[in-house]
Design a protein around this ligand. Sequence first.
Ligand code: TNX
Length: 564
Amino acid sequence: MLAAVTALALAMPAIIPVPLSVTPEAGAFTFDEATKIVAHGDLDPIADRLRESLSPATDFPLKAASSATKNAVVISYNPKLTWLSDEGYRLSVTPDLIEIQAKSAAGAFYGVQSLRQMLPSDTFRSAPIGKGPWKVPCVRIEDEPRFKWRGVMLDPVRHFLPKDWILKFIDLIALHKLNTLHLHLTDDQGWRMEIKRYPRLTVVGGWRRETVVARNTPVYDGKPHGGFYTQEDLREIVAYAKQRFVTVVPEIEMPGHASAAIAAYPSLGNIDTRLEVKREWGVSENIFNVEDSTIEFLQGVLEEVVAVFPSEFIHIGGDEAPKAQWKASPAAQSKMRALGLKDEDALQSWFIGQMNTWLTARGRRLIGWDEIAEGGLPPGVTVMAWRGIPKGVAAAKAGHDVVMAPTSHTYFDYYQAEPSSGEPLAIGGFTSLAKSYEMEPVPRELTKAQGKRVLGVQAQLWSEYMVSPSHVEYMAFPRLCSLAEVAWSDPSRRNFDDFLERLNHNLPRLAALSVNYRPLEGLPHPFDDFAFDHGPRAAAPGAVPVPPRAKPRGPSRDTKPRKT
Ligand code: TNX
């Protein structure tokens, strides 16, 4: 009886996303100078990640050992955990030993992330600040993810994001067991991936001469903005992500959101007027033409993309492509007739089909925003549903794999509190933390088989109004913690109040990691003196909220902002 009462009183660990099963036990394991890490099989890199994360703050060497029965973290494969899926793990903490067992290296990595979240938040610091002891409460955890696509999209086009910050962000998402980083690399306002055979894409398309102020006002900031990633930068990002079990999915937009590419290579467009890299936000009429040479050009781009990104999926955009220019273009119209297509939507389907055939032949899978379904879709194509969950439902019913990325719950460029409450300027909308938590990616109307088509969920961080990495962090956190739980945790384990309690332990970890998260309202805040960079919040009453402009950042290569 007493034991039962004690067990009840034991605190549940504050792990986000909440694990499948957690059994707290009495006692604690204490890390010290002599604690070893044992990695069996080929799991040394997982031990390395654990050491890298704990050694700086604890100042303990956490040396490798080939075996240990006491004062060690033992990481091993256990193929007998048959009831867990591939990425599952078992974590057991006793006063003597911490054991992480998994069916795969990914599972072992996730066990390590849970372990990190059971240590005091000061273990997330980069140097020792003399606190301790570093105790982990005893527990038995068995855990596995609900979905295989646990994603987040970054938009380094609208405002450039330096490579080092992307690496920081990868660490943050991996800590929350997210596993897919979708990089939106091209758009009207910039082209951010070096393409060796088409250097003008970044030399010209990598820079805009200035940026419109606030929401497409008549005012421009007069400052060049841009930057791009070399292929080596991107390989580094891919490799760093891989070490943390994050797959980087590149997006090259077509046929719309193409102004930067057309500014660099005018023959890709439909009209004679020279374009510049776009300085405003929104949907542009300027889309790629449907010439064979343009299809070949884009396949040439994809050839370099697949060489850099080993991901199964390649994202080809496909959203918001107005068809006015194709309607007005004699060349596009004659192509449409020659192909026997009934309208411009079908022509877009043909366009996407060309890319699908090309990617499929190379063992890759095409994914695109849900508009790609408008003129009919070739089988095997995956749909990223952004215009609402029903778009994803329709695609799943039509037999396509789907990633749920609806504006309603996953657009973290939307306000997270009432705009009047002093939030920095955002694109609009309102997706509170509670709302993002509420999402159900597999609506009831899907049969079991159709439900399996839902590969997972993804958050979007479109950055028209996120002018710096710290501003992206402010919009991302804590909503990404909530999305991670939607993506990973079993619905039976999800409870918003419980999540908030765990989040209250997670935020000091994020603070130690220098994350500019948005503080929770109405909850005790453990570090009121933390210096938040709230950017535009400081605007004078009544002033038009003008986001501070980031300095044009970019590689210190021999490219210069273009003077137009
Ligand atoms: C629509 S979502 C877009 C983006 C914008 C975003 C802003 C999608 C596939 N296209 O180009 O940045 O809205 O919320």
